[in-house]
Design a protein around this ligand. Sequence first.
Ligand SMILES: *Cc1c(COP(=O)(O)O)cnc(C)c1O
Length: 366
Amino acid sequence: MQFINIANEGVKSLSPYQAGKPIEELERELGISNIIKLASNENPFGFPESAKQAIMSQLNDLTRYPDANGFELKKTIAQKFHIEPNQITLGNGSNDLLELFAHTFASEQDEVIYSQYAFIVYPLVTKAINATAREIPAKNWGHDLDGFLAAINEKTKLIFIANPNNPTGNFLTHTELDAFLAQVPSHIIVVLDEAYTEFTAPTERVDSFALLAKYPNLIVSRSLSKAYGLAGLRIGYAVSNAEIADLLNRVRQPFNCNSLALASAIAVLNDDAFVAKVAANNRQEMQRYEAFCQQYQLDYIPSKGNFITIDFKRPAQPIYDALLHEGVIVRPIAGYGMPNHLRISIGLPEENSRLFEALRKVLNLQ
Ligand SMILES: *Cc1c(COP(=O)(O)O)cnc(C)c1O
């Protein structure tokens, strides 16, 4: 029996998600220690103290199911962003939410639009439900919104936009998104995936909740995995029109967010000092990366995220392998159709210095 023959049509064209290499795996493979990982856009400051305390306070209650409605977390999010709790949907990471959007709004006959080089979970969730993927060729590695508009037809159900995008770091301004949304028919759901929005300077940031008030077909999705440092706990939230949230909550698994994640999320959303520290480090260190690239004439894609993607103008896999031998894990993105690029997450100052040193050695830079 070839089980692939009985899989859903869309599943046949999928390959498993390639995650960043875990530190322990490299330790085992090469027998080296003192490894740094700049591969998964994780928070370099480690797990926030505020979240640790929240977790300790939950330990005795872990025998109970979590609050299926996430009442306290929704209250926290609603107060922070001046929205209503009934506009919020909680997810087991925002990846869970992306899947929820597809399940709730698209089916086999429908088309889903996203960009070439956009976050790989969009094709994954689209193909898993057998919907038709309309991948729009990128413009300067980013979203070509005019191309999106031209691809809309009567079958279009869902549009995914990552802003900033991963793995390219491209960014669309509030004005560009506003102009785009004004032209999208109101029965098409537009998902604005803002997993990295906290890294964008407040003056540049898209006021996505203002857009939401203007365009009820918009869903804004956020993550606590990046700036907030909770990647291992899996928690994210979507903000939308209340009617959309009601639909999403019908499809959502009732206990998709665990008690520790719920409690930690409340703690870090109130921990402005932690996020400010993380964002400031990112801004400062991003400048060092840009200066490094400029000094050695390495071509990079300007990024508004917590990572930078460098074009080595030749297959990047050997560079990646050589960096592993220097104890530095970065991210190959050949799976995105970018075999000459590596994506590097911005780390702590000393981690970034190690990366610079390793790259100088590997590339023989003088
Ligand atoms: C990291 C990332 C996410 C968030 O993932 P979680 O499931 O919340 O950990 C969502 N979208 C993009 C574009 C990302 O890079």
